[in-house]
Design a protein around this ligand. Structure first.
Ligand code: NAD
Ligand code: GLY
Length: 364
């Protein structure tokens, strides 16, 4: 069995991330080894429960944990206040106490909601992440951003609240629909682009094996992404500085998601398009060489992300930028590349260049 782990260093709130195969079946022992005691509540959805819930329950039961499963409907549209209320209702009906451990079994939707329920139920109970999508394994399960959507926007209600443990079981990716896996690869490519040039070229050189879910390169991918994210989160948990680099490709990506009504593209697909646009902006500023630019567009295509950006109105994109969370003093800020592996945040972008990029990529 292949195994590996690393620690997200946050002082007394530090926590391990375990990577490997067949890890779900060791969950109960792992909780014991971390001295987590209490009633466990496994929060998952109707799609994931038939795949993994029995394994999780067996492992917890064998280690002596009482278990309450909570099954939610599947979908981003349920990441809202009503579903959160259902979680609180079940916890209260079953008289859950402060020692309760909430376990998120699923993708980013389940992880974000469970984390927020854990942050708020009885003013905070322990929680554990078992991410089952690539996006959740390399991004959303690590770093403690939790929350729900509001009718006026995504992820507007939430809290920073760190898990006690993250368990990334490679085997869970075997059942993930291909389109979801490819969307997660946009975030994987992002880590190489913002922080680690060698990793970017490692992905390029091992792409076929990664796509076939070959354990060794996949483990390298998960470990490297989480190590980069863990280091950034340790240095800037609440995003007052370098954590913003994790949003590379997201300013353009969010604009595409907003303007296409959130139902045409998966988040990672929009981020893939955003990466291409942000890289092109970096190139036009003279910060990124032509060869590196070609390497980026080629990897986005080879990963299988959409290489055509939908037609968008320039004014609508500029308007969406002005509503982006990263706006500072009225000016949108962009994460851009000064070469592969080196990202910076800047508001110093001439509008004429922005317009050129939007026009050339999203003109239909
Ligand atoms: P998701 O949670 O909706 O999962 C995608 C789909 O795959 C769902 O239908 C799910 O039921 C299914 N699924 C999950 N695991 C499966 C498996 N192993 N086999 C088969 N089907 C499986 O989507 P996601 O991409 O994981 O997460 C997106 C969410 O994450 C968004 O709400 C986004 O806001 C959030 N997010 C949060 C952070 C953060 O830092 N907290 C970062 C990025 C994204
Ligand atoms: N997904 C971006 C962050 O966690 O900061």
């Amino acid at each position: 069995m292949m195994q590996n782990h690393l620690t997200v260093d946050l002082g007394s709130r530090s926590y391990p991330i375990d990577f490997g195969q067949k890890l779900i079946s060791t969950l109960g022992q792992r909780l014991r080894s971390l001295a987590l005691r209490g009633q466990t509540v496994v929060i998952t959805n109707e799609t994931i429960a038939p795949l993994f819930l029995a394994q999780v329950e067996t492992s917890l039961r064998d280690a002596g944990y009482p278990i309450l499963p909570i099954l939610l409907p599947d979908g981003e549209i349920y990441k809202n206040n009503n579903t959160l209320q259902q979680i609180y209702d079940r916890l209260l009906e079953h008289r859950m106490e402060r020692s309760t451990i909430l376990i998120a079994l699923g993708g980013g939707v389940i992880g974000d909601m469970t984390g927020y329920a854990a942050a708020t139920f009885l003013r905070g109970v322990d929680f554990v992440q078992i991410p089952t999508t690539l996006l959740a394994q390399v991004d959303s399960s690590v770093g403690g951003k939790t929350g729900i959507n509001h009718p006026l926007g995504k992820n507007l209600i939430g809290a920073f609240y760190q898990p006690r443990l993250v368990v990334c079981d490679l085997d869970s990716l075997a059942t993930l629909p291909r389109r979801e896996f490819v969307a997660g690869m946009a975030e994987v490519v992002k880590y190489g682009l913002i922080h680690d040039r060698d990793f970017f070229y490692y992905i390029r050189d091992h792409l076929e094996a990664i796509n076939r879910l070959t354990p060794e390169p996949l483990l390298t991918v998960l470990h490297t992404c989480c190590a980069i994210k863990g280091r950034i989160v340790s240095a800037d948990e609440r995003e007052s500085g370098q954590r913003a680099l994790l949003n590379f490709g997201h300013t353009f990506g969010h604009a595409i998601e907003t303007l296409t009504g959130y139902d045409q593209y998966l988040h990672g697909e929009a981020v893939g398009m955003g990466i291409v646009m942000a890289a092109d902006l970096s190139r036009r500023l003279g910060w990124l060489g032509q060869e590196e630019w070609l390497d980026i567009t080629q990897i986005i295509r080879r990963v299988g992300l959409p290489d055509k950006i939908p037609p968008l109105s320039i004014d609508a994109v500029l308007e969406a930028f002005s509503r982006d969370k990263k706006v500072h003093g009225g000016r949108p800020r962009f994460v851009l590349l000064q070469g592969i592996g080196r990202a910076v945040v800047t508001a110093d972008v001439p509008e004429s260049l922005l317009i050129e990029v939007i026009r050339d990529h999203a003109s239909g």
